[in-house]
Design a protein around this ligand. Structure first.
Ligand code: CAA
Ligand code: NDP
Length: 284
């Protein structure tokens, strides 16, 4: 199948990044969200990223304009047609994703592949909300999408070989590197990354060190590009908490219990960079 038109759902940090890289690789993109403000914010981020590429003389102004023209913002899923692939990047919540996939199943053409950028939820369960589980697949991009090379590709129980190959091929066309992993909570990336972030939060919670000190240790001592608490703020503390809960629930092992300090911050609306405050404070 020849993919030409891609619908990206959710214009948050991941959806905007995915829309940008798809448009930069020549695909027509529809960027959907339930909220006009999120669409505006997402489009502004894409503009900013492309302008930086123009300043660095990696793109011409004309190329920037044609990338932008390939992205159509959208607030009404029912109005979208002719889509070959959907990449869903809405909030990390099974109920939201199941409802979305059931709706997508009823409004898209029979040939349309339905991919999810979920960072931890079971692909098989999301696929079960549709009547086309063979066409449902996990396509897990990393943040920031325009920079990070990896895409984890996850088959659900029923995902067909043909769909897997189409998505692997598409990932390469987006200049990313596909790595296939099995459908287990958190896949590989977040099964390893998130317990480290959670442990960094426990280290602060138990008074072992300040957030600044924890991050310095991991940056200077382990050569991580960002300390784990800066990274948690960057990912979004709400998303980190959802992922820990999915790991805890999915494996039933207390080693994945979310730190109470993480819960407290999320309850306070301290979601990290996107809300202006998390472990650190950010200027907007
Ligand atoms: C939660 C999940 O499910 C899975 C996940 O995504 S987990 C998160 C995975 N991501 C990470 O671990 C990121 C860790 N951090 C990093 O790799 C680096 O800090 C970083 C790439 C984000 C920034 O790199 P840096 O060297 O510290 O900063 P900087 O020099 O400003 O940026 C490097 C490049 O990235 C670009 N960049 C940085 N942040 C960006 C953003 N948010 N969006 C787009 N581009 C960005 C810069 O423009 C720059 O590009 P050029 O080299 O082309 O000029
Ligand atoms: N943050 C990260 O580092 C990574 C996240 N992911 C995954 O990507 C997904 C998105 O995360 P992220 O971009 O960080 O989250 P954000 O909170 O930045 O963005 C999510 C966006 O989706 C919108 N949304 C919520 N429900 C719907 C819906 N039913 N239809 C359309 N849009 C909807 C939200 O609108 P509103 O704000 O109005 O609720 C928001 O604009 C999650 O599944 C997450 O686990 C994957 C890899 C990395």
């Amino acid at each position: 199948m020849n993919i030409q038109k891609i619908l990206v759902i959710g214009a948050g940090q991941m959806g905007a990044g995915i829309a940008q890289v798809c448009a930069m690789s020549g695909f027509d993109v529809v960027l959907n969200d339930i909220n006009q403000e999120s669409i505006d914010r997402g489009m502004k981020t894409i503009h900013k990223n492309l302008s930086r590429q123009v300043e660095k003389e990696r793109l011409t102004n004309e190329q920037k304009q044609s990338v932008l023209e390939r992205i159509t913002p959208n607030l009404a899923l029912n109005e979208v047609s002719g889509v070959d692939l959907v990449i869903e990047a809405a909030v990390e919540n099974m109920e939201v994703k199941s409802n979305l996939f059931a709706k997508l199943d009823s409004i898209t053409s029979e040939h349309t592949i339905l991919a999810t950028n979920t960072s931890s939820l079971p692909i098989t369960e999301i696929a079960a909300a549709t009547k086309r589980p063979e066409k449902v697949i996990g396509m897990h991009f990393m943040n920031p999408v325009p920079v990070m090379k990896l895409v984890e590709i996850i088959r659900g129980l029923a995902t067909s070989d043909e769909v897997y190959e189409i998505i692997e091929d598409l990932t390469k066309k987006l200049n990313k590197v596909p790595v296939e992993v099995n459908d287990f909570p958190g896949f590989v990336s977040n099964r390893i990354l998130m317990p480290m972030i959670n442990e960094a939060i426990y280290t602060v919670y138990e008074g072992v060190a300040t957030p600044e000190a924890v991050d310095e240790v991991m940056k200077l001592g382990m050569n991580h590009p960002m300390g784990p608490l800066t990274l948690a703020d960057f990912i979004g503390l709400d998303t980190c908490l959802y992922i820990m809960e999915i790991l805890h629930d999915g494996f039933g092992d207390d080693k994945y219990r979310a730190c109470p300090l993480l819960r407290k911050y999320v309850k306070a609306g301290w979601l990290g960079r996107k809300s202006g405050r998390g472990f650190f404070i950010y200027e907007s």
